[in-house]
Design a protein around this ligand. Structure first.
Ligand SMILES: Cc1cc2nc3c(=O)[nH]c(=O)nc-3n(C[C@H](O)[C@H](O)[C@H](O)COP(=O)(O)O)c2cc1C
Length: 176
């Protein structure tokens, strides 16, 4: 249908063996939300900025995310039996950057609290927190697919989600 796809002129394509730059460019046309997936490593709170969060099943309630196999942070989280997904709002770019860059202590001033069931850090200023028990960790190429059973949830009514597209943060805007 006209208008479905920009001008309709394909800029680049590949079939079979796909070059890494093109692969990243193509996948970068798909937006994600931004979450902080948290867990406890002993006494220490740890968190990863995660865009690959996905809702998997309603009944039973299952969600998932994909940490890279090389991730140092996932290495620290992986022995935990639970994790908490904190959904960032479009006013929380600085918080996302703080956890991504880890220049100074990103937890300071976050007001995090242990989530009710798993004790993983829940950040009250986020749009939603989804507390999960790890159900399965599946091999997924250079990532793991971590599936969790949702055991507690909370959300606030105000605010709009932070969006990530093509390496940049942005806002969500509903159609009129
Ligand atoms: C918006 C955004 C989304 C991200 N999503 C993921 C993701 O889904 N999976 C992943 O492994 N890393 C993701 N990352 C990168 C991780 O946050 C982190 O930088 C990476 O795990 C390497 O850091 P580490 O080795 O210190 O853990 C994302 C980063 C940003 C800024």
């Amino acid at each position: 249908m006209a208008g479905d796809r920009g001008s309709g002129d394909v800029a680049e394509k590949a079939v079979g063996e796909i070059d890494g730059d093109l692969y990243r460019k193509v996948l970068g046309r798909y937006p994600t939300g931004v979450t902080l997936v948290t867990a406890m490593d002993g006494e220490d709170p740890v968190a990863m900025v995660i865009g690959s969060f996905v809702s998997v099943s309603m009944d039973p309630p299952l969600v998932g995310f994909l940490p890279g196999k090389e991730s140092y942070t996932w290495g620290r989280m992986s022995s935990s039996k639970g994790f908490c997904v904190n959904v960032l709002s479009d006013t929380q770019t600085d918080l996302s950057n703080a956890f991504f860059r880890k220049d100074s202590d990103p937890w300071e001033g976050s007001g995090w609290q242990p989530a009710e069931v798993t004790g993983s850090p829940a950040i009250p200023s986020c749009l939603a927190s989804i507390d999960c028990m790890v159900r399965e960790v599946v091999d997924a190429g250079d990532h793991w697919f971590v599936m969790g059973e949702v055991v507690a949830v909370s959300h606030v009514d105000e605010g709009s989600p932070l969006v990530f597209l093509g390496g940049k943060y942005g806002n969500y805007r509903a159609h009129d």
